[in-house]
Design a protein around this ligand. Structure first.
Ligand SMILES: [Zn+2]
Length: 52
């Protein structure tokens, strides 16, 4: 499974999530290669169902 940092995740998904919207873990981002907080899951809000 690929992990992306929040910046890359938002770029790829076309979203504008914050760290409050996601669960993160330290890992290497698959896009920019940084060892940083990577998105492991997104909190689902009833108002913000995004196409995954
Ligand atoms: Zn990244």
């Amino acid at each position: 499974m690929a992990y992306f940092c929040l910046d890359c995740f938002n770029l790829i998904e076309g979203t504008n999530l914050t760290y409050e919207d996601v669960d993160c873990d330290m890992d290497f981002c698959e896009r920019c290669g940084k060892n940083t907080n990577c998105v492991v899951s997104v909190h689902k809000n009833s108002e913000e169902e995004e196409d995954m």
